[in-house]
Ligand binder design. Sequence first.
Ligand code: CU1
Length: 530
Amino acid sequence: MSTKVAVHHDEHHDHPKGMKHWFTTTNHKDIGTMYLIFSLIMFFVGGLMILAVRAELFQPGLQLMKPEFYNQLIGNHALIMIFAALMPAATGFANWMIPLQIGAPDMALPRINNWGFWLLPVAATLLILPFILALFGVGDGGAATGWTLYAPLSVQGGMGVDFAIFAIHILGVSSVLGSINVIVTIFNMRAPGMTLMKMPLFAWGWLITAFLLVATIPVLAGAVTMLLTDRHFGTHFFDAAGGGDPILFQHLFWFFGHPEVYILLLPVWGFMPQILQTFSRKPIFGYKAQVFSLIAIGILSLVVWAHHFLTAGMPVPALLYFMYSTMSISLPLAVLFFCWIANIWKGALTFETPMLFAIGWIILFGIGGLTGLVLADVAADAQYHHSYFVVAHFHYTLFVGGIMGIMAGVYYWLPKMTGHMYNEKLGKLHFWLTAISFNLTFLPQFFVGLAGMPRRIPDYALQFAEFNAISSVGAFILGLSQILFVYNVIACARGGKKATDKVWEGAEGLEWTLSSPPPYHSFSKQPTIK
Ligand code: CU1
């Protein structure tokens, strides 16, 4: 028996043209595209901020800016990269792919979907506005507290902290709306026969991501609201003199902050196996093992938060608990790594740009994972804490695991989204420049960190000079290389060689999971359930 799944019927509606179209669209592909474009723009805003930081750190001795402004750049770089670049990119893919992968005509809540997106530019404006106001002599610039907004510094900080708090509230509303939409879509809109254990792994990764967001964003919203009332309404939640506790803020923040790391990674872990199987011409290895590992990591990520402040003072049993629970995440994560490697093992490999990014991603993200294991060690962490080693570690996880992963997805799906092929030569050049300059930037940071250089300082001792110079040169090459990416994406969207139905020669219907209905056509056709 064969059941035809509902096809798109957008053509039959009268759509407004121009900007009004984008403000009112409920089409999941349109909204997905807006998320991806927004993400790309903010990637450059956050990138420019950190290039100014790397310019300051090029050599010891203050050169370019006041320490206060330096701190503002560091904190807002992180806020923008996490909330305005990485999360929207993953949400953009969710909008594009989840309905197609599970055989739904659109997302379940299309108008909320539109609203969820348009909250983002508002929040991003709030993050950037204090910098612009400061140019006109109003206020003292953005939050200078780091993205973590730790009390008591953030209680005393300037106007920028209020902007950051309000931006986080709006970003949180946007994320929760998007997450509810993903959960409702997956639970209610799957095509007949598409059971949960047949869903493509990307939908699984996002389902778990959505639950994590719903569980943790309200805690962050509560924490920054308490911060707001401490700042302006005389409460003392985080003020020891008034009976409060500054460490409480760290607990609340990282109860959100640690799962946030997995929120950024789970969607990528979801689609990466699809890329690996396409370019190794082998079905996904260990589908069920991967699903259960994703779930296990999602659950574990909720109970390990205090490893971010092991040195803040905790009873020994708590220290041991947070150490062992953190380390236990490496078990399901290792299962995933072995599945990815087994997927390409003895495959008929070809190395198109998405595959280059995928393989570079496995290797470099592996370094991020292993150095995380090192940091989880309570005894050793006393040495590493607040050093540049931590900065290097989380860029191997978040720049590689997040951004390079997203780039693999962009190159993989771009032909299907635009109907055109991107320039393969430019894509490969972009990969090699990115991978090499990334290592040039962040490998030295492991060494200066181990040698004792603290993070979040605008100046440093003379013995760290060489490694910092190398790191700054690497960062500028890394930044410039991304222009190739933008050029390639825009050129692909505007024209070029037509993409074929199958796009990737080796895919042959293996694009999703073998157990799922393979969509053999372009994305505008729905899969047929046999
Ligand atoms: Cu963490």
